[in-house]
Write a protein of this length. Structure first.
Length: 324
């Protein structure tokens, strides 16, 4: 599909999108750039479509980048900063596989030509994540704007929710950021798109307790399927996190988890909490009339408001990888 036609489709999907509640507070505003840079959102959308329409896997990558940014120092674009000493957030182990920086940089460069020094990198990242998901026919959500960019980025602070922990730890990780158990299970649904690799599942299927066994919380048939893709010493082969449906933004992820085919421990662990398990069961039983798109949109709005910098805090970077 031509970029021009895709742009029209994305705009239409946004207009027809689900009704999403936007909480007050945080100093953000849906119309923040109306007078300062009225074309800001359309510029970001155009650049995002150019990239994601040619490489659809970037949708999952950019969504993940936004999530990783917001969980460390809030949604301040600190994950975008580079450090000569290689000790910034993007250099932390959980972020070494984060990609898509070129999309944010391209959108920011286009904005600097149109409205220099006006639109923050943090806002660009929030918009890019939303528009990338919409390109692959995922849900749309409003993005309140007005974030400012942080000046600090430390690898040592990148304590992100781990894919290897239980649901109790996950709920605390999310609660610490103002997100509840429903947000946890809803945002985990982002695993319906994207890939991981054999290295992150190897121990779980070959040597879970050090005795050559696999994680008993996994469906044995799923383990057999994974072993066909991932040999014991294979750490690199890509694997869909949502088996059989990794390119489509839908509720299939919840079917997989319900069938004990969660890729990570953190996916399987969602069955160990009454609230998160109930949500999974509801999505499985109401697949045709699922609330997932609206729920995901609501949770993404909340995510995008975590510990934002506004007013005179932070700065508006000229280039996203470097402080002014």
């Amino acid at each position: 599909m031509a970029v021009k036609n895709l742009l029209a489709l994305v705009v239409l999907l946004g207009v027809l999108g689900v009704s999403v509640s936007v909480p007050n507070g945080g100093g953000l505003d849906l119309d923040y750039y109306r007078h300062k840079c009225p074309d800001a959102e359309s510029i970001v959308r155009r650049i995002t479509i150019q990239y994601v329409s040619h490489q659809r896997s970037l949708a999952a990558a950019l969504l993940r980048m936004h999530f990783h940014d917001c969980f460390v120092r809030g949604c301040d674009g600190s994950i975008l900063l580079k450090s000569p000493a290689k000790d910034a957030e993007r250099d932390a182990f959980p972020n070494l596989s984060v990609r898509g920086y070129e999309v944010v940089d391209a959108a920011k460069a286009a904005l600097e030509k149109k409205c220099p020094g006006v639109v923050s990198c943090a806002d660009v990242l929030a918009l890019v994540a939303r528009d990338a998901v919409l390109v692959i026919q995922g849900p749309w959500w409003p993005v309140p704007l007005g974030r400012r960019d942080g000046r600090i980025s430390k690898a040592s602070e990148a304590n992100l929710p781990s894919p290897f922990v239980d649901v109790t730890v996950l709920k605390k990780n999310f609660a610490d950021k103002g997100l509840n158990a429903k947000d946890l299970v809803v945002l985990s649904g982002a695993h319906t798109i994207g890939i991981s690799n054999c290295g992150l599942i190897n121990a779980r299927i070959y040597n879970f307790t050090g005795k050559g066994d696999f994680d008993p919380s996994m469906n044995p048939s799923y383990v057999r399927a994974l072993k066909k893709k991932c040999k014991p010493t294979d750490l690199r082969t890509p694997v869909e996190m949502d088996p059989g449906s990794g390119k489509k933004f839908d509720t299939h992820y919840y079917n997989a988890v319900a069938q004990k085919k969660g890729y990570f421990t953190s996916d399987s662990a969602l069955l160990d909490d009454p609230e998160t398990k109930s949500y999974i069961e509801t999505q499985v039983s109401t697949a045709e009339s699922s609330s997932f798109a609206k729920d995901f949109a609501d949770s993404m709005v909340k995510l995008g408001m975590i510990e934002v910098l506004t007013g005179t805090n932070g700065e508006i970077r000229k280039k996203c990888a470097f402080v002014n």
